[in-house]
Design a protein around this ligand. Sequence first.
Ligand code: C2E
Ligand code: MG
Ligand code: MG
Length: 713
Amino acid sequence: MSDWLIPEPSRQRGNAKLPPTSPTCDPESDPGYQRLTRSLLDCSNDNIFAFDLEGRCLYANRQALELTGRPLVQLLGLKLDQILPLQDALLYCQENQQVINSGQPAVFHHTLDLAGRPREMRVLKYPLRGADNGIWGIGCVSRDVTAERAAERDQLMSETVFLHSNDAIVVADASGHLLRANPAFERLTGYGALALPGCFAQLLRPDGSPGGELEAPILEGLRLQGRWTGEAQLRTAAGAQLVVRLSVTALVDAAGNAQGYMAVISDLTEARRASDEILRLATTDSLTGLPNRTLFQDRLNQAVSQARREQQSFALLFADLDHFKEVNDTLGHAIGDELLMVIAHRLHDAVREMDTVARLGGDEFVVLLPNINRDNALELADRLVHQLHEPMVLDGTPDYRAQASVGLVMFPDDGDSAEALLRHADQAMYAAKRAGRNQLQAYTAELGHALRETYSLHQELRAALEHGQFEVHWQPKFRLRDMAVVGAEALVRWQHPRLGLLGSNDFLQVAAQHQLLGAIDTWMLQTTLRQIAAWAGQGRWPGHWRLALNQSASDLQRPDWLDQLRNLLSELGLEPSWLEIELTEAVWARPAPDLLERLQQFRDLGVAMLIDDFGTGYSSLSYLRQLPVSGVKIDQCFVRGMEEHEGDRVLVEIICELVHRLRLDLMAEGIETEQQRQYLLQLGCPLGQGFLLSGPLPLAEFESRFLPPPCVA
Ligand code: C2E
Ligand code: MG
Ligand code: MG
């Protein structure tokens, strides 16, 4: 092959040298044969040149002429540096020389800049030898390998990506058999390249059962779009189930025939675990580990939907701890937390596996009891109240007894939506609190009605002050010894336009809940003091009588209250000693820091201060020593119980003894019988009030029955 090029001497131009010995033998000297050879060379897609030893062009085929853009007549005889840019020409010459020196063919790679398009060329150069085997020229076959090299690079890149990808990649044939898997696949599944499972599809089945078919949705995606992406469970060699993101792409040949598929698998297990953890944190109460409000709301909604669908009933309990604030305030938040955790455990242990116990916040817990009837729910809830009350160790004390007020509602009887059920359960719980705490209260239509009444009371209370619907009833206080009147307690009443005359207990709680108590007390203070001033002016209020007024602790804490009182007294010309403020004992349970100071200011003013309902609340006896109060009023429940219960008698006895020793004033309320009066007298209680003499009376009646007649000037 080395001497296939037969230059035509007639075509030679310039200084191109003829081969030292032209081939002479037939058929090569035959012009027909030479034409045939040239035609064949022109058929080639390669660029074929021949150069003499000095680099002159001796031959170029059709493809090469196209490449140089010159006709053959111009090209022949041109030297390399006349054909190529100088730098390329030098390189070419060097290469030619290398081939001449070695006498061996060699392959070179060039980049040619063809009209601004860089082309990669692979050039095979070999020596052209004459009959004597001497080299007389260089043959060049150069081929544009740009596309080929790009494909090689792509191939290399794909392979690198395949090998180094963090995602597992597998390739399967048309029947689903695994052909290849990358190292990431091995790391993820534990299947090494040599021990690949037969089919990829079997890894996607929980039981690992064999078979090449992918699941129907994946096949459908491949058929319609050529790919499918979604979440799947992947079984590892060790049998573990991973949550993965799977992207399957169909592999098709140029004719569009399915050749198999490639699957890219990213492990979501960790990400899922992290998002599960975030979800858990977002839906769990961090203190007790119980579901929080968000999760509970979700479960309640589900329970409503399911119960509606299956026409079943379920129960919802709303539990609120009694006196939890006191525990927090007196024993500290750490102990409060400890108590909440014990309660959470007790609730959790008391219910069934299917039930949900959640903490809504603070000391509020809810229990969702699916698929239960009213009787069973009541029984369970009642048991629960008792279990919560069982002794527990709290702050080192072995027998602390928690209390909870629990409201119960049933779906669908007491509410057919999550919102209504929660609201009614909450209302039932409040009813349990009002009924004395530590008990269960089931929601009833009447309860709902009463609460709606309370709600409208709240609305109407605001207008009541403006419309002058409040009035004062007066209850005389008397000396037990001779039943002589020593003053009167003023009690508020509401002449309600629809409901008639309402007692204090009917509306004061609602007023307090809606911050209206202060306004009512101010009205009472002004109205009663004006009334006393009027009576005093008529000589009907004896100088030693006292007006007793109930005021709430928040009143006393108002910065302007003392000034208001002082101004009013002086404006009306009243002695401060004519006034006695009654504060209920509950005030002393958690006295605000500046309360003592406030009380002292009242005492300094000369106003008497009485602890009302003494014995019922949480007052520590030591308060009696510390507080600047002038006296106590024994609560009527002890007075009532004195006749029948030894315990009440003993209590009253002790209170009397204590108050005497502390040199405080003492009186009793709720005296209804002569016997009670006698007992109290024996125990040394000098003053009292009660139905025995008179209940609270409207103004006119009080005036006519108990006030001295007006002095006629
Ligand atoms: P309190 O200050 O202990 O008033 C005594 C309550 O016992 C009054 O109830 C009175 O009607 C009732 N009572 C008096 N004698 C007897 C008796 O012999 N037997 C029985 N069973 N009850 C008797 P009322 O008027 O319903 O007041 C209830 C509570 O409401 C009062 O208890 C007081 O704490 C509060 N209150 C009343 N008026 C006002 C007020 O203007 N402001 C504030 N802040 N509280 C008030
Ligand atoms: Mg009172
Ligand atoms: Mg009282």
